[in-house]
Design a protein around this ligand. Sequence first.
Ligand code: SF4
Length: 395
Amino acid sequence: MDYLYKLKEYSQKMSFKESAHLKLDLLINGIRPDISLKDVPEELYKEYRANLFYNHRENITVYIPGEVILPHYLATDFRINSNSPYCLHYKEGEFLIYKNDEEVTKVIITPRPEFYGKKTSSGKRMSEVANILGLDLLAYVLFRECDFWKDGKQCHFCNIGYVNRNFPKPDPTPKEMAETFKEAIKDKRVKIEHVCFTTGTKRNGDLEAKKLIEVLEKINEYIPEDWKKIYGAALLSPLENTEYIERLADLRLECLGLAREIGNEERFKKLCPGKSQLEKRFYESLKKGIEVFGRGHVGVAFVSSLEPLEETIKKCEEYASMGAVPSVSVFHPGKGSKLANKSAWDKDYHLELYKSLGELYHKYDLAKNKFERPLICERCFKSSLSNEAYLGAFE
Ligand code: SF4
């Protein structure tokens, strides 16, 4: 995997802190893709694929990469913005980021995995069943639709209903997911370290857990005996029957994720009218998750730029004190969401946000897990700077 050697070389020319700050700039401001990407050989970069959320405000083509990997292996979501000062170029076999026509750094783009070109026994392209995110995460979606979109109670920053209307795809079956896993772990271009399951929300998260149990039972048949390095995580909706969490742990799931999004109760109800109805089950699932998986193995997701910083941090600290890991993604409402015309708040706000989060991770000792990071790893966690904050980028 020569591209990793290239990245090591690029990392000599930029410090970890500089790279983390660049990642934050790119998440807030987006990037302009240079047209010449169309000339890049297909196998050299993994194209953007709408997995659950369509992460752009502008039209996309397969010529856009899913993410860029900055020096020090920092996976960074590729958010198109034609007005961004940052631009991605491709010259003589290398990818470069420019700011206002000045080169900032060379970067890499995850190459197109070999399994993207294969098909399941049902004839589905495997790239429609699972995606690689960042350098090493195999990502699945259990269900593409969200129940709250059906009755107009969707979260205001979410565009999953728009994605489903415009890019309809059937949900992958457990068999298709297992067949794709079997090919993906043999891939010569990417080395999978983690497997992650997300889903559109079911009002009753038990439906998601039941499907995940079926998927894990099938996938586990393909995990080699000596393979210790597969870490599974699932972001699920709150469960009615929390006993499913024990079964998921028996099937080698390592981490559970839940979404809270916003700290302030009133804002939460206003901006997430459906999800906020599930609060009682949310707490029960959170407590059970921590009991079963242990401290540092249950994440709670938030989104930035939706409320004053103190409100987010206050709620994050409440969960952190219980042993859960709060994470905050940089706001980027996709096309079709109610907040599509809003932007992430400025860099100073985000610097303060991630500084505070980094302090919480240390104060509550939340990286005592197999990843030794608050959230999986910075090689794949591409929309948030939680891991970078833990590693001291914003101190
Ligand atoms: S619960 Fe909210 S964020 Fe999750 S899929 Fe539904 S609308 Fe989107």
